[in-house]
Design a protein around this ligand. Structure first.
Ligand code: TRP
Length: 460
């Protein structure tokens, strides 16, 4: 089976790397999905968009659009056994669909540029936690300035950002099976344990009830058109959609795996993690009277306050930032792998060369992002700093276009029969016809319609 696969996709550098086990596939995918999107982006979006109502809309998008799109990307990757661009070119030779793959690679470059800066902040905060900086009894003003002082200084964030990129590079250089899969297998279970532990601590704080109410009792009066935009954007970001991740990882998956169950399990793990992270953060936010609508700084600005007041706060701070760093790394390696797989196969270079090349470009772009928080904050394009611009263009433009192209390609270019074949592994798996038809409908009609509607609202 494996030999048949690799000879079919004969490359100039021999057989392709691949995942070694079903569990490995699941943890690698869940590792990509679970990241700063869950720990940093989700809580602050929930806070800004009124809590439970946002979560319910988000869940609906994950099920109706996220999972079918994940399956679509999987189909493209597994069927072609190639990188994001090569995949489109193989399935639709001589067409322009390859551009969709190039967009995906550009999207990953932009995301990883600022993602590694935030990952670098995570490294710095972990150092601070080990020095018990948050629990040393500084006053509130001192705690508040920790983040702004650090982010605005120049060399410290650059060192941390470099370190974060090097760590990601080290794992990716080892390859899919020996690097990405092995790392995820150990780190993902650890990550879940840590975050569950912190959630339990947070939920048992006096006054935690208000946080739970906020997370699970919807207040529909807060819902506006913007809530829908934010929820769809978050579903895309959190599931790593529209940017070639599941195409690339799917290309390392054997033809025996069940795409329907892998995709659902990935989405389930990601959603559970987001909810548990919400349970870890929101009760503490309420118990200590901090505003949930604090914005992107929620994790980095408010958590130090919380740790400083929490019994055992010093230890919890260490655990939390270990979790944040692990979550960020298992996601950054997936972003890097999209870029590296593209370079290896399209430029016919070795993995090692591809990693060095990618890291060099990412390092320069990341330095610009990092400095745009301080020294270069005056450099604005369309009234945004470089950091904000990369974030906006990737999450609000490229991922939407990429996701739209993916569902159109699978739904209309490959078509219904191919979807049924791939989801059932040519009839080997028993999947009810109503389910296949529902998925096909979501891929062909609902997902494109929803994306176009929301994009139109966003861009007008
Ligand atoms: N999903 C990850 C998170 O929640 C981030 C991520 C990894 C990502 N790969 C991606 C986002 C590809 C967009 C595209 O943190």
């Amino acid at each position: 089976m494996k030999d048949a696969n690799s000879s079919r996709s004969a490359h100039h550098h021999g057989s392709r790397d691949a995942f070694g086990s079903s569990f490995g596939v699941l943890v690698a995918l869940a590792g990509s999905a679970v990241g700063l999107g869950n720990l940093w982006r989700f809580p602050y979006l929930v806070g800004e968009n009124g809590g439970a109502a946002f979560i319910i809309i988000y869940l609906a998008f994950v099920i109706l659009i996220g999972i079918p799109m994940l399956m679509s990307e999987f189909i493209i990757g597994r069927r072609s056994q190639a990188n994001a661009r090569g995949a489109f070119n193989k399935l639709a030779p001589g067409s322009r669909w390859g551009i969709a793959g190039i967009l995906a690679v550009i999207c990953c470059i932009l995301i990883l540029s600022f993602y590694s800066v935030v990952g670098g902040w995570g490294i710095e905060y972990l150092f601070k936690a080990f020095r018990f900086d948050f629990t040393r009894g500084g006053d509130s003003a001192a705690l508040s300035s920790i983040f702004s002082d650090f982010a605005a200084s120049s060399w410290q964030p650059l060192v941390c950002h470099t370190l974060f990129l090097l760590l990601s590079g080290l794992i990716v250089i080892l390859g899919v099976k020996n690097g990405i899969e092995k790392f995820s297998k150990v780190m993902m279970p650890l990550l879940f344990l840590i975050i569950i532990g912190i959630a339990v601590r947070s939920l048992t704080l006096p006054g935690a009830g208000a946080g739970i109410d906020y997370l699970f009792r919807p207040d529909w009066s807060e819902v506006t058109a913007n809530t829908f935009l934010a929820a769809l954007g978050q579903a895309f970001f959190s599931l790593s959609l529209g940017s070639g991740m599941a195409i690339t990882y799917g290309s390392y998956v054997s033809r025996k795996e069940n795409i329907v169950s892998i995709s659902s399990q990935t989405a389930l793990a990601d959603t559970l993690f987001a909810l548990i992270a919400g349970c870890a953060i929101m009760p503490a936010v309420f118990a200590y009277g901090i505003s949930p609508g604090e914005g992107p700084g929620l994790v980095f600005i408010t958590l130090p306050h919380i740790f400083s007041q929490l019994p055992l706060g010093g230890v919890i701070a260490i655990l939390f930032f270990v979790a944040l760093l692990l979550a960020a790394l298992t996601s950054s390696i997936s972003l890097l792998e999209v870029i590296v797989a593209f370079c290896i196969e399209e430029f016919h270079i070795k993995r090692r060369t591809a990693v060095v090349l990618s890291l060099s470009i990412l390092w320069i772009l990341g330095c610009l992002c990092s400095l745009s928080q301080g020294m270069l904050s005056g450099w604005k394009i369309f009234d945004k700093t470089i950091f904000d611009l990369f974030d906006f263009v990737s999450a609000n433009v490229l991922m939407l276009i990429g996701g739209l192209l993916v569902v159109l390609f699978v739904g209309w270019k490959l078509g219904r029969q191919v979807i049924h074949d791939e989801l059932t592994n040519s009839g080997a798996l028993r999947i009810p016809v109503w389910l296949l038809d529902t998925i096909t409908f979501l891929v062909r009609y609902l997902a494109p319609a929803a994306i176009i509607t929301i994009a139109v609202f966003q861009w007008i």
